[in-house]
Design a binder for this molecule. Structure first.
Ligand SMILES: [Zn+2]
Length: 249
């Protein structure tokens, strides 16, 4: 027996791909473990959705910033999962910071999904997004511009979370076994920052928007019974996560 529900696709697998780690020195001999990642959602109908693409191959850390360690780029992750760049159908661009947009130009078959406010800010020449511009602004790429929260595919919703950057977006993935997973990305860089009265970091764009987006995500976690929120760069949290090639289902 088949009905409409049987053919409605749903997110079948979520892969968390760790791209690199960085150890930052703090005061008094302490260190902060940072981690970078990108994510892959495979829909039950075979649609492949990539979220972000990591640092570009030609990236060198600025003077004084420790080099990334344990690097494995997005193309290597995909290859290990049996995928080629042309197999990616949608690329959700959370924002165009260099550590998130460095391989976008590899995904020529994909439709790239970005918030209009973010795209226009970056296109206008904001120097913040210059480092990866050759990769996100390649003429072969096809963009779809969004205005706010959007259910892209059944069970896969982008959430506008300005603050870290104008038009930054997070992603909610509804999985049938694991439950609802929120990819906060850089709306919440570290778990310990996930409080309504948080202060912005120097790398954030707007503290008022950052707090509003934080409250929005906290509300969504409650309303949607989110079971896991993945932060953008929390090295400690990454140690607790199931990493590709394992998946959440
Ligand atoms: Zn970042």
């Amino acid at each position: 027996m088949t009905g409409m529900n049987d053919v409605t696709p749903h997110p079948q697998r979520l892969y968390l791909c760790q791209l690199s780690t960085t150890t930052l020195p703090l005061a008094a001999g302490q260190t902060l473990q940072m981690s970078s990642g990108c994510y892959l959602v495979q829909m039950s109908d075979g649609t492949n959705v990539l979220i972000d693409s990591g640092l570009p191959a030609d990236y060198t850390a600025p003077a004084g910033v420790p080099a990334a360690e344990n690097e494995k780029d997005v193309l290597t992750h995909l290859r290990e999962l049996g995928l080629r760049p042309e197999d990616i159908d949608l690329l959700i661009c959370t924002h165009f910071d260099v550590d998130h947009a460095g391989y976008h130009d590899a995904f020529r078959n994909a439709e790239l999904i970005v918030q209009r406010t973010h795209y226009e800010r970056a296109k206008s020449g904001d120097p913040r997004y210059a480092a990866a511009r050759a990769h996100w602004d390649h003429p072969a790429l096809q963009y779809r511009l969004l205005d706010g929260d959007t259910e892209l595919l059944p069970g896969l919703t982008v959430i506008e979370t300005s603050g870290h950057a104008p038009g930054h977006q997070s992603v909610l993935v509804r999985l049938s076994q694991s439950g609802n997973v929120l990819l906060a990305v850089d709306a919440v860089v570290m778990q310990r920052l996930f409080t309504p009265e948080r202060s912005a970091w120097p790398t954030d764009d707007n503290e008022t928007q950052l707090r509003a987006s934080t409250r929005k995500l906290l509300d969504i976690i409650e309303q949607e019974q989110v079971v896991l929120t993945v932060c953008g760069h929390d090295g400690g949290q990454w140690q607790t996560l199931k990493k590709a090639p394992e998946s959440y289902e």
